[in-house]
Structure formats: structure tokens, C-alpha cells
Ligand binder design. Structure first.
Ligand SMILES: [Ca+2]
Ligand SMILES: [Ca+2]
Ligand SMILES: [Ca+2]
Length: 331
């Protein structure tokens, strides 16, 4: 943008002084050109945005001297970035102008980081800790109870089971995947899905649903009376937003099982910072009751001097090559 303006200015100046004799005055002279000038826009070039005013002046001076070649070159750091004060356009200031440490050369927080303290190093999302969250179930009270949770750092991504000829679910099991933090602060699948123990009978045809890769189960509704007929499962990505792990946009999977011509009723809905990590219910030869438990995912950060959740170390910064990685694993 600035380059284009500079070219217009120099063309104007050149045209203007074809007839005139003396040397060109300072860059500001464009107003003297008056009417004949192509593109009246040249007066704009003084109107630098709040940052970068310096660069514009330099460019003008070079042009006055006649040298067309290049004004400045490269991208000078934006004025105000790295001065330890967070102002105006900045969303962070970590006292340097480098990117890759959570606060970029443009004064903006980088993906996957939080910068809670002005003038201090930013902290990188290193993982999550789990506490029990919401839960809910559908179905009746027959059979015997079961309760299964995914292993540590795992979340539910799908279900497998069997469906009878009479539109009932005869068994169910959950698929779990290890969730790990990606470079951009998005939870990713870090393993292939593994199956929890199956509950219910052995008959029926096999049925299954699974969330799209990179998304996790966050709720279900279902069709049931005293026996569960089918489940409608919702999935969502989990992303770092405003310093917390939050669900992204939900998608609904195809029906798991059958409707049994029963109304759809609410099962469990995980809160905005939760995802499913547990199934429970009752079963015998059929699936009498099905429930899902949500895990509250509290984000942990590398660089806050506290070893939390999945962290193996935390040296108070999120720098690599000092024995403790950017996500606080031993190097
Ligand atoms: Ca600043
Ligand atoms: Ca920085
Ligand atoms: Ca930490």
C-alpha cells in the first residue's frame, strides 16, 4: 500500500518539475502542484496510521532526492510493540518484538497462547486437567449397573453396540481417544480409538457412530422407554478461547440404533468447557439405561511456574531448549 502511494507521489513531483527550474523542495510540496496533478491523492501520504509514522517520512525524503529505488525495505517493527506497555492496537506486550513466544511482532496474541500479564512472558497451553462435570441418562431401571471411564487424558469420540430386530439396543461400548494439545491450541486426537468394555447382550447386528477426526462427544439425546432404542450423539472440536478450553461448533451424528417410534428425549449435554469421558447405565440381555458423564476440562499452561495436569516440568517460561519444552515436557 505504501509503495503504491510513494510511486504516485514521485510521478507527480517529476511531472511538476519538468517545466520548473530549481530543485525539488521537501516532500510536502504536493499541494503546490495544484490542479493539473494526476490523482489528487498525494496529500494522503502524510496521514500515517497510528503506528509507522516514521517510515512514511523516510520514504518522502528519499524521493525528493530523486532516487527511485526502494524506500526503507523490510518490515520495521510496529511502533509501540515490545516496549512493555500494552496499548491501543496491542493485545499483548511481552517486552520484545519477536514472534513464536506467544506475543507476535504485530503485538497480537498468537494461537494457543495466553498473555495474562502485560510486560511478562506469555504462557502456552500445555494440556488439561479433568474434574467430573454434568451427566444425564435415559431408559429404565432393569438389569445391573455399569460405569466405565476413558483412561487419563482420553475423551469419548464414538460408540459401538448391537441393535435387535425389535429396534432395541442390546449392548453399548464407548470409544476413547487420547486428547493432546496441537500447536494452534486445538485439542487433537493423539491416538487411535480404543474400546471400553461392552455392556449388554451378544445378539443383534453391529452398529457404530464416531465423531469426525479432531472432534469429541459433547452430548446425546435418545429414544427409550424401559429399554434404550437409539442415541443421537453430538460432537464438537475443543479449542483454546479466552484462556479456556471451549467447545467449537457442534455437529450431530446419524442415529445410533433405532427410534423404536419413541420420542427423542434429552440425555446429557456437556457444558461449554466440558466433553464426554464416561458412560454408565444398566444392562442385561438388552440395554436398559444409558448415561453419559462429562469431564470439565480446565486448561493448564506452561510458563506459570506450577506443574499441573500433564506437565512434567514448568520453569516459569515456555521456552524450548532449557530442559523443559514449550508444553512443559522434559526435553
Ligand atoms: Ca507496547
Ligand atoms: Ca514476542
Ligand atoms: Ca504450568
Amino acid at each position: 500500500m505504501r509503495l503504491a502511494l510513494v510511486i504516485v507521489t514521485s510521478a507527480t513531483v517529476a511531472g511538476c518539475f519538468l517545466d520548473a527550474t530549481g530543485q525539488a523542495p521537501g516532500a510536502g510540496g504536493s499541494t503546490d502542484v495544484g490542479a493539473g496533478a494526476p490523482q489528487g491523492g498525494s496529500s494522503n501520504d502524510g496521514a500515517a496510521p497510528s503506528f509507522g509514522g516514521q517510515g512514511a517520512d523516510d520514504g518522502g525524503a528519499t524521493n525528493a532526492g530523486g532516487g527511485l529505488a526502494e524506500g526503507g525495505g523490510g518490515q520495521p517493527p510496529l511502533k509501540g510493540v515490545g516496549d512493555c506497555e500494552q496499548v491501543a492496537f496491542e493485545t499483548c506486550d511481552d517486552c520484545n518484538t519477536e514472534s513464536g513466544d506467544g506475543c507476535g511482532s504485530d503485538g497480537q496474541i498468537e494461537l494457543g497462547w495466553v498473555c495474562p500479564d502485560e510486560g511478562k512472558a506469555c504462557q502456552k497451553l500445555s494440556g488439561f486437567e479433568v474434574t467430573e462435570g454434568d451427566e444425564g441418562f435415559i431408559g429404565g431401571g432393569g438389569g445391573v449397573s455399569f460405569d466405565e471411564s476413558c483412561p487419563k487424558d482420553n475423551l469419548i469420540v464414538g460408540y459401538r453396540g448391537g441393535e435387535s430386530l425389535y429396534d432395541d439396543l442390546v449392548r453399548v461400548s464407548a470409544e476413547c481417544v487420547e486428547a493432546a494439545v496441537g500447536a494452534d491450541g486445538v485439542l487433537e486426537w493423539a491416538s487411535t480409538p480404543t474400546l471400553l468394555m461392552s455392556h449388554g447382550g451378544l445378539d443383534g447386528i453391529s452398529v457404530s457412530v464416531r465423531c469426525p477426526e479432531g472432534t469429541f462427544v459433547v452430548g446425546f439425546a435418545g429414544h427409550a422407554d424401559s429399554i434404550v432404542s437409539g442415541l443421537v450423539v453430538e460432537c464438537a472440536p475443543i479449542v483454546l478461547s479466552d484462556g479456556a478450553l471451549q467447545q467449537g461448533i457442534r455437529t450431530t451424528l446419524p442415529l445410533f440404533g433405532a427410534t423404536g417410534s419413541l420420542q427423542l428425549e434429552e440425555g446429557a449435554t456437556c457444558g461449554p468447557h466440558e466433553a464426554a469421558g464416561r458412560i454408565f447405565g444398566r444392562s442385561g440381555g438388552l440395554l436398559d439405561r444409558f448415561g453419559m458423564g462429562c469431564h470439565d476440562l480446565s486448561a493448564t499452561f506452561c510458563g506459570d511456574n506450577a506443574i499441573e495436569g500433564p506437565e512434567e516440568c514448568d520453569l516459569g517460561d515456555a521456552k524450548p531448549n532449557d530442559g523443559c519444552s514449550t508444553i512443559c515436557r522434559n526435553e
